[in-house]
Design a protein around this ligand. Structure first.
Ligand code: COA
Length: 245
């Protein structure tokens, strides 16, 4: 039995966008009531995720005013054995809080115009949409902790990219965020970062590693496929603006 639908306010996102944002949780029952409650509580944007394989999932949300904002493809494989690394001169080391400025600059460049669900929503500030990923990377750099690892790729004197892996479930690590400086792309650095995050996952005993990427972002899919990841489903992201009803 799934819990009835409810909307949970997203503190960080609401502050970041200057718009009251919530996330739809629970099952299909009570959706209209949950949205009415959210509107009464002052929420304006509600974000919902549905498994691509869920029958009628998108149509059900569309009937309540949601529109498709993005589709993510999920890829999976075991984190070991490691994939071959093409970029032989690159070194990936753990990032430290002192690397925050370098990570911020790399993320600002890599995620400018990133085609995610925030960017695809014309009612959100596009610069703020890109900044979501920048803030995420910088926060991970400052406070990686036990449940996440941020690797920094160096090829010569400067960092050229980073990769973030986090614990998604007891047996699953998720490759969450990867970025390579524009001038350094296409040389296998993305692949080397993915391999380094897989090493972390394997050393931590995770049986499975998962990575996601938007249908609108083909370079990332090429990196996952080259490392032996296989498609394993997907997620649709939908947005509903409550003041339009
Ligand atoms: C996705 C990303 C990290 C890949 O980094 P990368 O160092 O270019 O990755 P690789 O060189 O290992 O692989 C890139 C693939 O694109 C191909 N490619 C060729 N020329 C390229 C170029 N100029 N730019 C990008 N990719 C190129 C490569 O051949 C490779 O495919 P292959 O392995 O089948 O040959 C990088 O494009 C990036 O930072 N993008 C913006 C942020 C992003 O989308 N992150 C991923 C989701 S979080």
């Amino acid at each position: 039995v799934t819990a009835p639908a409810r909307v949970a306010r997203l503190e960080w996102d609401s502050r970041h966008f200057g718009v009251e944002v919530g996330r739809l949780e629970g099952g299909a029952d009570g959706l209209a009531e949950a949205l009415a409650d959210a509107a009464r509580g002052g929420l304006r944007l509600v974000i919902a995720r549905v498994e691509a394989a869920e029958p009628g999932g998108v149509a059900r949300l569309e009937a309540h005013g949601f529109g498709l904002a993005d589709t993510l493809v999920r890829y999976e494989r075991a984190p070991a054995p490691p994939p071959p690394v093409r970029a032989r001169t690159v070194r990936v080391r753990p990032a430290t809080p002192e690397d925050a400025a370098a990570v911020e600059a790399l993320a600002a460049e890599a995620f400018e115009g990133y085609p995610g669900h925030f960017r695809h929503d014309p009612r959100l500030d596009p610069r703020r949409a890109d900044e979501v990923y920048v803030r995420w990377a910088v926060n991970a750099c400052r406070e990686a902790g036990e449940e996440a690892w941020l690797g920094l790729a160096e090829a010569g004197p400067r960092p050229v990219g980073f990769g973030l892996v986090t614990r998604a479930a007891a047996d699953t690590a998720e490759g969450a965020l990867y970025a390579v400086a524009r001038a350094a792309r296409g040389r296998g650095i993305g692949g080397a970062l993915l391999a380094a995050t897989m090493d972390w996952a394997a050393a931590r005993g995770f049986a499975r590693m998962t990575v996601y990427s938007s249908l609108a972002n083909p370079p990332a899919h090429r990196v996952w496929l080259a490392a032996g990841f296989a498609p394993a489903g997907g997620l649709h992201t939908l947005h509903a603006w409550l003041d339009r009803r």
